[in-house]
Design a protein around this ligand. Structure first.
Ligand code: G6P
Length: 467
């Protein structure tokens, strides 16, 4: 088996006893590396302005982690500046929030070249290279220019908007356009894939007869949809066990018979937390008989706090949550419990299992693994109900959820009532259909399918070159 070399911006070396950092990418990559010899390269999460040092290597559970620090300039320009204030908002359809300047783009390209320099010292000829997410779009071009002929694939964990929005990225040919240097580019949904296909066609690419490959400036890139999954069977077992843990019992006791509604998201404007709380407020206003019979727990670890748009959004959520608690709360009942921290996966599985409903209502999301984790954690005999935004990638698969439009407050409130009052047989039928789907399309299937397609694509490209 070839070695799998994963590259992503943030590398999370697992620490015993510490919860993994939030975010779908880390969850997916850890699971993909479980059954293969592998190396994971990327940023340590630390800033260091001292003299340049070689990346650090740590071995853990058969995986070699190689991590490098970033300088303050690299962090500001590449990570905060271009990746998170240009690519993140635009790819989430929020051109209005994008803040572009040329030095940030310069930093983005510079760090991609730096990553390629580090990787050049680590790579072997038969390694398969799999690059993850929007921070590293130009990396294949950098590696090819250093003479690497390995299969190189890319997976975009976040949405890919329509071509007209992609063209708003200044100098888009150097970033989103540079994806054409990969052998295979994977997206979360068919919709994302089609948006990128249209972008390639509008940028002068020629679609091949197979419909999935495009010839761009003498190169061939294949594109496909590979919806990311979770470790479904494992999580279901963990949830069944955790339900008896002290943590879950304490939470259940604290509810005093009230139903639990849960939301778990990084504190990010794409997650629609303000819209969600508005929906809950509307529910409490108009469904008076539900007051004091339901508790909404919103678990929201802080994220990218140094970026002004995130700080603004955090203020908005704080204000709104305290307004709703002030308006409806009673001496012995807090309508919303709002927590800015993360919990270990086991603890969350227990929370999901006892929650009567989950609110997964992003304004835009590549996939949203919380939706799948909630379903996997349910008790099949008495499952809860998932409210899912039509704008999450997961909605393409989990069509048995209550699909909601987060922009429509009344519709969300109504769906919450439907969820809390749904008869057992309907809950079971919806759960069974979704559980079957996420069991079939789990995380192992995702990694296997992508990697098989990548090897096949590189082989046919090399044969094509020989002809
Ligand atoms: C999302 C992105 C990941 C990112 C994660 C956490 O899931 O797709 O690439 O790692 O958020 O964000 P952060 O900026 O803290 O790495």
């Amino acid at each position: 088996m070839s070695r799998l070399v994963i590259v992503s911006n943030r590398v999370t070396v697992p620490e015993p006893g510490h919860p993994p950092p939030p975010g779908g990418l880390a969850v997916a990559v850890h699971a993909a590396l479980k059954s293969r010899p592998g190396l994971w390269f990327g940023w340590s999460g630390k800033i260091d302005d001292g003299p340049a040092v070689e990346p650090q290597t740590v071995e853990r559970d058969n995986v070699t982690y190689v991590v490098t620090d970033l300088s303050t300039g690299d962090y500001n320009e590449y990570y905060t500046g271009f990746a998170n204030r240009v690519l993140w908002p635009i790819l989430h359809y929020r051109v209005d929030l994008a803040e572009f300047n040329r030095s940030d783009l310069g930093g983005y390209l510079r760090v991609n070249a730096l990553f390629a320099d580090h990787l050049a010292k680590l790579l072997k000829p038969d390694d398969v290279i799999w690059v993850h997410d929007y921070h590293l779009m130009p990396l294949a071009r950098e590696l090819r220019s250093r003479g690497f002929n390995n299969p190189i694939g890319f997976f975009l964990h976040i949405p890919c908007p329509p071509a007209d929005l992609l063209f708003t990225i200044p100098k888009q040919e150097q970033t989103i356009g540079a994806l054409s240097h990969y052998d295979l580019v994977g997206f979360q949904t068919e919709n994302d894939r089609n948006n990128y296909g249209r972008y390639l066609a509008m940028s002068g690419g020629h679609q091949g007869r197979d419909g999935t490959s495009y010839a761009v400036d003498g190169r061939v890139v294949r594109i496909g949809a590979f919806p990311v999954g979770i470790e479904t069977a494992d999580l279901a077992a963990v949830a069944a066990e955790t339900v008896d843990s002290g943590f879950t019992r304490e939470l259940r006791d604290s509810l005093q018979g009230r139903k639990l509604v849960v939301g778990v998201d990084r504190l990010d404007y794409s997650k629609g937390i303000v819209h969600r709380v508005e929906g809950y407020r509307h529910f409490l206003e108009h469904e008076a008989n539900w007051r004091n019979r339901v508790t909404y727990l919103q678990v929201t670890p802080k994220s990218r706090s140094e970026i002004p748009e995130y700080g603004d959004m955090s203020d908005d959520v704080n204000r709104l949550v305290s307004e709703v608690n002030g308006q409806f709360g009673e001496a012995a009942w807090t309508p919303i419990r709002y927590i800015n921290r993360s919990y270990p996966r086991e603890a969350l599985a227990g929370v999901f299992r006892i929650a009567a409903a989950a609110l997964v209502t992003p304004l835009r999301d590549g996939m949203n693994l919380v939706a799948k984790e909630y379903v996997a954690s349910q008790d099949p005999a008495d499952p809860g109900v998932l409210l899912l935004s039509q704008f999450a990638g997961a909605a393409a698969e989990l069509d048995a959820a209550l699909i909601v439009n987060p922009h429509e407050t009344e519709g969300m409130a109504q769906a919450l009532r439907t969820a809390l009052e749904m008869p057992l047989d309907e809950r079971q039928a919806r759960f069974a259909s979704m559980f079957e789907r996420i069991s079939r399309q789990d995380i192992d299937r995702w990694a296997e399918t992508f990697l098989a397609k990548l090897s096949e694509t590189r082989r046919s490209f090399l044969i094509g070159q020989l002809r």
